[in-house]
Design a protein around this ligand. Structure first.
Ligand code: DGL
Length: 263
């Protein structure tokens, strides 16, 4: 019998779609469940304690309902704060999303890297550790933005993005001392690759943007390589912790998520 257990992606909102998309490209017949904690959104302005309590509890309920073969915490904020708590609480393999500082350091010529995340992510000791391990010879400038998360959510609901708001976000990096030398920006929030085009257009000079999505997709493919998949793709499920917003349905359908549910 074919193994139809899904891969479950989890984020506060639509950001995790930037991790789901490259995974779906590598594993086209994998059953997918995309879970958004819309009732708890946004995470970036919450405290560590709130996130560390909320995320394992929700993932426990989701694991019970969908019986996933693997859970992907497709959220930098939740991963940098709650990954260890989730691993301790659940008996399912868990893949997290952490700021892509290592690949950024591998390509930076100027050795000045920008890290764009939520306010909660950029203050995490996890980011200090990654910087010390992989970018010790770089100047790493950080900026936390809640507005960029909102801009990505609005884009997926079909709103036309305002270029001035993207410029204002990037000013938070480029206007720091040494910021004019940034040549690589880490999109350390899964929402931000969803507005990659708008960000690139708003940058004062050409910059390379990197994020964890493609690397996580390869990791998922590796971890599941011995497993069976159904012969054909099935309709993906998007599950929300608050009533799903119908304005998101067309964008979700573009990711193969055509069944909308509430937890
Ligand atoms: N997508 C999330 C991240 O990667 C968080 C966005 C939010 O809820 O503030 O950090």
């Amino acid at each position: 019998m074919a193994d139809d257990r899904p891969i479950l992606f989890f984020d506060s909102g639509v950001g995790g779609l930037s991790v789901l998309a490259p995974t779906r490209a590598l594993l086209p017949s994998a059953p997918l469940v995309y879970a958004a904690d819309s009732a708890g959104f946004p995470y970036g302005t919450r405290s560590e304690d709130e996130i560390a309590a909320r995320v394992p509890a929700l993932l426990g309920r989701l694991a019970e309902r969908y019986r996933p073969r693997l859970i992907v915490i497709a959220c930098n904020t939740a991963s940098t704060i709650a990954l260890a708590h989730v691993r301790a609480a659940l008996d399912v393999p868990i893949v997290g999303t952490v700021p892509a500082i290592k690949p950024a350091a591998a390509v930076s010529q100027s050795r000045v890297i920008g890290v764009l995340g939520t306010r909660a992510t950029v203050r995490q000791p996890y980011v200090d550790d990654l910087t010390a391990r992989f970018a010790a010879d770089c100047t790493v400038l950080r900026h936390g933005s809640a507005d960029l998360v909102e801009l990505a959510e609005a884009k997926l609901r079909g709103a036309a993005p305002d270029p001035a708001r993207f410029r204002a976000v990037l000013d938070g990096l480029f206007e720091q001392p040494g910021g004019e030398r940034i040549d690589v920006i880490v999109n350390a929030c899964t929402h931000f690759p969803l507005v990659a085009t708008e960000l690139a257009a708003a940058a004062p000079h050409p910059v390379t943007f990197v994020d964890g999505g493609p690397g996580i997709a390869r990791r998922i493919a590796h971890l599941t390589q011995e497993m069976d998949w159904p012969a054909q793709a099935s309709p993906g499920i998007a599950v929300f912790t608050a009533t799903p917003d119908p304005a998101l349905a067309p964008a979700l359908a573009g990711y193969g998520l055509t069944r909308l549910e509430t937890l």
